[in-house]
Design a protein around this ligand. Structure first.
Ligand SMILES: Cc1cc2nc3c(=O)[nH]c(=O)nc-3n(C[C@H](O)[C@H](O)[C@H](O)COP(=O)(O)OP(=O)(O)OC[C@H]3O[C@@H](n4cnc5c(N)ncnc54)[C@H](O)[C@@H]3O)c2cc1C
Length: 456
């Protein structure tokens, strides 16, 4: 039997999950009391996430709920050998427990789990804690990419996304990259031809995550008029000058086709191409106004990149703890691995890098929450640094686990493959470091104007 199907609490971040009788609902529900989040013990290496929690004690109950949920459903870090957890089902259960809409005011319940003004830090904490169990757990909590539809969508879109993604625990995807252009957003060639009362969407997206699971996608495209679409045939070069737009597209819309491929890591969710063959989309599916796409992208992905950074940092902290544990137990000659100076030095470097990156990510999230300050350049570079540092830490962890680390029975190899993907996804790291350098070289200050958000 797949052990995730009947997971019992065994080990968590400082406290054990609440045991329940068969037939009882799994995970804490909204309004249900939870124990305090108190990670402790010699093997727990969470100081920067704990520091964030100390600065925001109002989030302790929330963090405890997330931990309870994970202890209940993902009690151990996932290994390739242990079988794939039912990820989408876990998200549905998270929705029941009120853990899918806490990050946005317009998606929240009447009794908010997260006090207003702490939404980003809360989301970051959830991602960090999820990453400690598995990088694929990143999709369980929060509105995810559905946040773009909820922030900028018409009332019709907001209602649909709230019903499905927040209350129903379905998943929202994002379709930006195209086979010929991923990092270069101006090079996108998917067009939405404006026919007055509706748009006709054509193009191909990919590689894109969640092609099989997502209930809908935020699609980035170029809105053009029929005359332009009919007469301009220069291989799409002219489209570079057309500003980017964004729209919400339910996956079941006629003319949307998908095909999947097998990625190296992050296999908990599908990956592949989306083809749009003259897909009819109502104009009320546009997010913001035509041409708002770039600012929607930058604003959303600044936060999202920090979330992916924290997923990887969570995975890296777990890797470092497990490695320290093993180093203490493993003897080499007459001493333990933990007494070998070069081993200690490498673990120390990994721990320092991971802590520094974690502190940077939480500090940027706090600025977003408190000042509404979206520093696109810093968020970009923080994601690059965090995923690079996390990858290095897990690689050291794998090395210090010896041949055991190279098998599917321990989580190191999966973490390494998963984090490798996140060094490309959501902007390749090379590009993201350049964004910071270009901003510094230009002497520009932080803060990109936010797109006006529609009132819920
Ligand atoms: C696991 C995973 C999940 C993904 N999920 C999604 C998704 O859900 N939705 C979506 O839209 N896309 C998704 N992507 C696609 C991702 O956004 C793109 O792969 C990424 O933006 C890079 O684009 P590309 O693959 O076309 O690479 P290219 O643009 O061809 O770049 C290739 C490499 O060239 C280098 N490079 C490119 N430009 C520069 C530059 N300006 N400066 C320095 N170096 C540069 C980088 O090393 C880069 O990795 C995903 C990718 C991965 C790996």
């Amino acid at each position: 039997m797949d052990r995730h199907a009947a997971a019992q609490p065994r080990r968590g971040d400082g406290r054990r999950g609440v045991r329940r009788l068969a037939g009882e609902p799994l995970g804490p529900r909204l309004g249900e009391p939870v124990h305090s989040f108190e990670p402790s013990g010699p093997h727990v290496f969470l100081s920067e996430s704990r520091a964030a929690l100390s600065r925001h004690p109002a989030l302790k109950d929330f963090a405890a709920r997330v931990t309870d949920f994970l202890d209940m459903h993902l009690p151990e870090p996932v290994t390739e050998e242990s079988g794939r957890p039912p990820w989408l089902d876990l998200r549905r259960r998270a929705a029941e427990a009120g853990l899918t809409g806490f990050d946005l005011a317009c998606a929240r319940d009447a009794v908010p789990l997260v006090p207003p003004g702490l939404e980003r830090v809360a989301q970051g904490l959830a991602m960090f804690l999820a990453g400690r169990r598995d990088c694929d757990a990143r999709e369980i909590f929060s509105t995810g990419h559905g946040a773009m539809a909820l922030r900028y969508g018409t009332p019709l879109v907001v209602q649909a996304v709230r019903d499905r993604v927040v209350d129903g625990g379905e998943l929202a995807g994002v379709a930006s990259s195209e086979p010929h252009s991923g990092s270069d957003l101006r090079g996108l060639r998917t067009v939405a031809v404006d026919h007055g009362d509706h748009l006709l969407l054509s193009g191909t997206k990919g590689l894109v995550s969640r092609v099989e699971e997502a209930t809908g996608f935020v699609v980035f495209c170029k809105v053009v008029d029929p005359e332009q679409a009919a007469t301009r045939h220069d291989g799409g070069v002219w489209l570079r000058e057309v500003p980017l737009s964004a729209l919400w597209l339910p996956t079941q819309t006629v003319g949307v086709l998908s095909e999947t491929t097998v990625p190296l890591g992050l296999r908990g969710w599908s990956m592949g191409h989306l083809h749009f063959d003259n897909v009819r989309v109502g104009k009320d599916c546009l997010l913001g106004a035509p041409g708002d796409g770039r600012r929607i992208f930058d604003t959303h992905f600044s936060g999202w990149r920090l979330m992916m950074a924290l997923v990887c940092l969570g995975a890296a902290t777990a890797a470092i703890e497990e490695t320290m544990d093993r180093a203490r137990r493993r003897s080499v000659g007459r001493t333990s691995l933990a007494n070998v100076p070069s081993v200690v030095a490498r673990l120390g470097i990994a721990a320092a890098e991971v802590q520094a990156a974690t502190a940077w990510c939480f500090s940027l999230l706090e600025r977003m929450d408190q000042e509404g300050d979206v520093d696109v350049a810093a968020c970009s570079a923080a994601k690059a640094l965090a995923t690079d540092m996390a990858y290095r830490a897990v690689d050291i962890g794998l090395q210090l686990h010896g041949s055991e680390g190279y098998t599917r029975c321990v989580p190191m190899e999966k973490r390494l493959r998963d984090i490798r993907g996140l060094r490309i996804a959501d902007g390749p790291n090379d590009t993201l470091y350049s964004v910071l350098a270009q901003s510094l070289l230009a002497g520009s200050g932080p803060g990109v104007p936010l797109v006006t958000q529609r009132k819920p």
